[in-house]
Design a protein around this ligand. Sequence first.
Ligand SMILES: C[S@@+](CC[C@H](N)C(=O)[O-])C[C@H]1O[C@@H](n2cnc3c(N)ncnc32)[C@H](O)[C@@H]1O
Length: 229
Amino acid sequence: MCSDLRDSESRENAPQEARSESYFDQAAQTWDDNPVRRELALAVAQGMADAIAFGPEMKIMDFGCGTGLIARELAPKVARVTAVDTSAEMVSVLKTKAQAAGLTGIEPLLLDEKCEATLAGDYDAIVSSMVLHHVEDLSGLAERFAQWCRPGAWIALADLAPEGGTFHRPGQQVAHDGIDPAVLSRHLEKAGFATQSVRTVHTIRRPPAEGGELRDYPVFLLVAQRTLP
Ligand SMILES: C[S@@+](CC[C@H](N)C(=O)[O-])C[C@H]1O[C@@H](n2cnc3c(N)ncnc32)[C@H](O)[C@@H]1O
């Protein structure tokens, strides 16, 4: 895995139990059992499909695909989905589920240095949901997205709006307590993308991780296009 794309939970000085890969590896088998995650993914995938004219000739990437909740929704609309993730277990579960569903257009890839070198710069779109708050260097990630996209390509990024550190369990380290879409937009614009739209695509209603009254956690969807050339 490239160091500048590593999430904060997998930093070498992080305690083992707080490492993101370990957490996501452990969570992979039962990830889809949670209806909140399924509902969120459906809303996000629908929002992506509303914003981007996916077509049967398109090659797209789902960055941080997890078990493929987004990739499996979008796969029937496009030629190929490269589904990349840093968790081997997530990629393995996705592979099994895509095969069971007969979704032959999904290409699961464990994101490490070796596979990163093979990611060609000709994607028509990159989509991602609930991943960016795990990635410390958003500016570096925006540069990577630009390298992986063809000119004119689209990106659609969904994530938690700033949530004051109440969403994740105490000790579960994340790189950002939600993301300010205006800040993300500036990183993307520096990397050569023009933001087209930002909207709340779904709101997760649940108690804070430490317990208490139900709270709303809005999830935004930012859509941008790589400017020419
Ligand atoms: C909250 S889950 C979301 C999974 C999926 N996108 C969904 O909507 O169900 C975050 C995913 O991002 C992956 N991830 C974390 N850091 C990453 C990175 N730097 N590069 C790629 N994937 C990463 C994790 O392994 C995990 O599968």
